[in-house]
Design a binder for this molecule. Structure first.
Ligand SMILES: [Zn+2]
Length: 556
């Protein structure tokens, strides 16, 4: 059939829903807002309308008001700022959930307080479910002695309890935990560990170093129900900070299945772009089936593989081209070498998947770029959007290679502001020119999707927005910014948490901007982050988070 015939036919199938949607009244309209749409066709607007989870009109108050019907929900924004839903391009949601579900004992000032917190958690749980806590420190208590389990065991008799001390080198277990782990007066101290005992030789519940594992190893792996609860807790926290989507940087195929299951039940309040961990079982099967797009009514996308090429700078595990400045002879560690990255890159290209490799040191970054270059030369013309996660330290020669290869540097503003206090010790001053080199990269033409790497860093995406703009911590240190020539402007910083992550996930037609036809994800803020003085950015409060037209968070 000649092309000319097809076109009207295509238009006929595409056009009606849009027209129909506009003829029908919207489900929701928002009026009197200051909207940064991030859509170049109409950068600023006053009002928007949502129908069936998508924006159907963005424009003036009069235009939007004119299409409202009697059933339409009306939201009066009172001049507040609205931006597209924020997307964290590198985060770990199940880990965040696990921490949120762990009893947080930091800052407790007595054993009684610790017991009360654990008791409260036990009231939400079924009998025999393990309770894990973290953060107690007997040096903050009056007695300053290691606790003994009796008071805890009396208060929480029906759940096994395992509480790590703040430094992770000691733990307190209650009677049921000791019993389930088979730890009693006959248990010998393991190598490198000590069971604290009373005068009769009975364990007091406090376990030092390797002795902790006697009980810790008895804690069953998280059940599906627990993982679900962790995901729910993580999503609530993410929504609270204005996130409508995240790129989950490395989960197993089983977690993908669970995300899709929750999505199918309508229980997700956050859109997931999933990177599947390279070592996880089920990866090959998943790759073989091809990308999984917009599953569960546009909540879960799975089309990326995550590999770690090296470690981190803080522990001197990042692979460097030259020695650590503060540890001569040490150049860090490669976890996935050139050949492994090349192999998995071919596999990804073959199956239509993106590859996202964690590389922090300059040696790891070079090795990954080399492997990408080789693989991409074998599959020319692919829309691959391969990424390097972190890209923290780059040799000057490697900076232009991202743009040349079409590789996306996925970076985290908050890593720069967390690391700047000590990273000069690790690297020495001259190498810092290529550290967190946002501006240098940007000038080569690449986009830099921004992320938090939570729970390594805090969830609030505006911390990384602020870092991109200032290269300063929350206290405004250092004055003028750390290597301020690498700052980005606010327009770029706003794109780094909206449209750039959308593009880096092949989702630019669905999310990232407030555009007619896109999914209705947006956030109402209490101030204008594009115009307030930089030191006021971090005080911003999210007033409302909307995913697909549904409010998933509302400030009290
Ligand atoms: Zn990470």
């Amino acid at each position: 059939m000649p092309r000319r015939r097809l076109l009207p036919l295509l238009l006929a199938t595409i056009a009606p829903p849009l027209v129909a949607a506009q003829r029908e009244a919207p489900d929701l309209i928002v009026l009197n807002a200051t909207i940064y749409t991030l859509d170049s066709a109409l950068p600023r607007a006053q009002a928007l309308a949502v129908k069936d989870g998508r924006f159907i009109l963005v424009g003036s108050n009069a235009q939007v008001d004119a299409i409202a019907g009697p059933q339409t929900e009306r939201l009066e924004a009172g001049g507040r700022v609205i931006i597209p839903g924020m997307i964290d391009a590198h985060a770990h949601l199940p880990n965040l959930g696990r921490i949120l579900r762990t009893v947080d004992l930091r800052g407790t000032t007595s054993y009684e307080e610790v017991i009360a917190l654990v008791k409260r958690r036990s009231e939400e749980l079924m009998t025999k479910t393990w309770i894990v806590g973290r953060g107690w420190d007997q040096n903050d208590w009056d007695s300053r002695e290691f606790p003994t389990h009796q008071a805890l065991s009396a208060a929480v008799p029906r759940n096994p309890v395992y509480l790590e001390r703040v430094d992770g080198h000691a733990a307190l277990a209650n009677a049921m935990a000791l019993q389930l782990a088979g730890v009693d007066r006959r248990t010998e101290d393991p190598d490198g560990g000590k069971i604290i005992r009373d005068a009769d030789g009975n364990p007091t519940g406090t376990l030092i170093d390797e002795a902790r594992l006697l009980v810790a190893s008895a804690i069953p792996p998280v059940s599906k129900r627990q993982l679900e609860a962790q995901i729910q807790a993580g999503m609530r926290e993410a929504n609270r900070w204005g996130l409508t989507g995240i790129h989950d940087a490395g989960v197993g195929a089983d977690t993908v299945e669970l995300y899709e299951e929750l999505a199918a039940r309508g229980q997700l309040t956050l859109r997931f772009y999933v990177m599947v961990e390279a070592g996880s079982p089920g990866l090959l099967e998943l790759l073989g089936h091809g990308p999984r797009i917009a599953m569960g009514d546009h909540m879960v996308w799975t089309r990326a593989v995550k590999v770690s090429a090296d470690g981190a700078m803080g522990s001197r595990g990042a692979a460097l081209l030259r020695d650590y400045h503060d540890d001569p002879g040490n150049r860090g560690l490669m976890l996935a070498d050139y050949d492994s990255v090349l192999t998995i890159a071919r596999l990804a290209l073959e199956n239509g998947f993106q590859l996202n490799v964690h590389a922090i040191g300059d040696r790891a970054n070079r090795s990954v770029l080399d492997a990408y270059q080789e693989a991409l030369s074998e599959y020319p013309g692919r829309d691959h959007r391969f990424r390097i996660e972190h890209a923290q330290l780059l040799a000057p020669d490697d900076i232009p290679r991202f743009a040349q290869l079409g590789v996306i540097p996925s970076m985290q503003g908050s890593h720069q502001t967390s690391d700047m206090y000590w990273v000069a010790d690790r690297l020495g001053r001259p190498r810092l020119e290529g550290a967190y080199a946002w501006r240098s990269l940007r000038e080569t033409g690449v986009i830099i999707p921004n992320g938090s790497d939570f729970p390594v860093e805090a969830v609030n995406p505006l911390i990384s927005f602020h870092a991109f703009v200032t290269r300063q911590d929350a206290d405004g240190w250092p004055e003028g910014g750390w290597f301020p020539e690498q700052r980005l402007d606010r327009e770029d910083a706003l794109e780094s948490i909206t449209v750039w992550p959308a593009y880096a996930a092949f989702m630019e037609n669905e999310v990232g901007s407030i555009s007619v036809g896109k999914l209705a994800d947006f956030v109402v803020l209490d101030r204008d982050i594009m115009t307030v003085p930089p030191e006021e950015i971090l005080g911003t409060r999210v007033l409302r988070t909307v995913v697909g037209g549904r409010s998933v968070y509302l400030a009290q």
